[in-house]
Design a binder for this molecule. Sequence first.
Ligand code: TMP
Length: 209
Amino acid sequence: MNSTAPRKPLFITLEGLDGCGKSSQIDTVVAFCESANPLGVIVTREPGGTEIGERIRHILLDHALIEARSELSLVFAARVQHLKTVIEPALSLGKTVVCDRYADATYAYQGYGRGLPLALIDSFMQALEVRAPDLTLLFDVPIEVALARRSGRPADRIESESREFFARVHAGYLARAQAQPGRIAVVAADRSLTEVSRAVEAVLQSAHA
Ligand code: TMP
């Protein structure tokens, strides 16, 4: 292979507000990636993806009050375990990793949402050697749509946050997409599942071209 050719995206993350519909698109992403990568695809999520990570997820989503910096530290504790034992081993075998949420969620939720300094998150990223994904699909819906899609379902601790919190998270995601357009593709998700799937396939197609 020509060494100057762009690398195919192997580490793909899905992001967006709670209720954006990203989880409904995982099958579309996996089907595309399976056809593009004969070495296989793994699907995982954050917080979670490992036994320790799933236990931390439980703490994070439980209703007990957590200091913002404790929340941030727990997110990264789960992430390191996930990276070292699941994501990096799979990537080193040449597999595609599809991860439902990852580091952009930390900037959006703990940074923009909670108001923690973005530089603090940068420091965690560097100190813990957290790699960036190759490609991120940001499923974008207006906040009202996200809130309406979630209504009637029991809300976890983070989903119970205010509309203002989600407005900051939303703005944070869009700011990151604007700053890193080569990595983060914004997919308008306020459409039918089929239309969103087509948009997802178009992004994946151009990223694999
Ligand atoms: P999920 O319901 O999409 O699996 O996400 C669980 C929640 O975790 C969601 O409300 C966003 C939150 N979260 C953070 O606050 N920071 C993070 O770094 C990650 C990965 C998720």
